[in-house]
Design a protein around this ligand. Structure first.
Ligand code: ZN
Length: 290
């Protein structure tokens, strides 16, 4: 007899709680794996969030496309079986495969780089970029899990690098922690011409924590991302459930110039990072007693 399929998580908060349980117990809750493996749940319509920025990911993991007059920058590659869907989503955002000039990857876990191999063939003009350690950890993760393959390394990103395309500047911050090769990306976005400073924080879960040292690096990276000098007021998350993004889709679609944009908010961003720091410190005490 087939076993009963567990009910779908109610909302982002419950997904987040299930991931936290996964991190602390080391075993994935059934309710979470059922949700992750359900394609009808995962495949959502792409949507525009700012003037030239679209969400092209799936329900549990983000891919962002930044459009410019010279082509597009894609952040993260999703993973199979969603790569075909990602290319379709790009098309619906008005981005042809040949328009993608850069693929910036946050870190070497399969959900962010698992699509790299297939996209390499489907995006003929793109350069694939990740940190030195990111490439290494992606190759290692591919070998270890057997879940995906990695193409040869193309471009190595370093802290402080700026990726430029058609007036867009994406600043690269190496933010080790979630993995030691994690990068975050900072860039301007526009809402009806009004400029905001967005970040895609690469890696924010505690699931890969191996040592107190790694946790310390994570906390340092999160503090760095809080630096007011970076001017960040938009949090374009690498995982929608981390910010409740999916619940905000109706408000994002309904937004009109003149109204406050639902994804602009320094206070919410700062509070989320503070929460991540507090959780990491608690985790360090419980797991490593330090
Ligand atoms: Zn990860």
């Amino acid at each position: 007899m087939p076993s009963r399929v567990p009910a779908e998580p109610r909302d982002s908060q419950e997904v987040l709680a299930l991931f936290e349980r996964f991190a602390s117990e080391g075993r994935m809750p059934r309710r979470l794996s059922a949700w992750l493996n359900d394609r009808t749940i995962q495949e959502i319509a792409p949507y525009k969030v700012f003037d030239d920025v679209w969400f092209v990911g799936v329900r549990w993991v983000s891919a962002w496309v930044l459009k410019t007059s010279e082509g597009a920058v894609l952040i993260d590659t999703l993973h199979e079986p969603f790569v075909g869907r990602l290319v379709e989503n790009l098309g619906r955002a008005g981005v042809a495969p040949g328009d993608v000039r850069w693929v910036l990857m946050t870190h070497g876990h399969f959900d962010h780089v698992g699509g790299c191999w297939a996209l390499r063939k489907r995006l003929p003009n793109a350069r694939f970029a990740m940190s030195r350690r990111g490439w290494d950890e992606a190759k290692a993760d591919a070998l270890r899990t057997g879940r995906f393959r990695m193409p040869p390394e193309e471009k190595v990103l370093k802290d402080g690098d700026v990726v430029r395309l058609g007036g867009l500047e994406v600043k690269v911050l190496e933010t080790p922690g979630h993995t030691l090769g994690t990068c975050s990306f900072v860039y301007d976005v526009r809402a009806a011409g009004e400029v905001h400073r967005a970040v895609t924080v690469g890696g924010q879960g505690l699931n890969g924590m191996r040592s107190a040292r790694q946790l310390n690096a994570y906390v340092r990276s999160m503090r760095r991302l809080l630096d007011p000098a970076l001017g960040i007021d938009v949090d374009l998350t690498a995982h929608p459930f981390a910010t409740g993004l999916t619940e905000q889709i109706p408000a994002v679609k309904a937004w009109r110039p003149g109204a406050p944009h639902p994804l602009v908010g320094r206070a919410e961003y700062a509070a989320r990072l503070e929460r991540l720091i507090a959780e990491a410190e608690r985790f360090r005490r419980v797991r490593f007693g330090a």
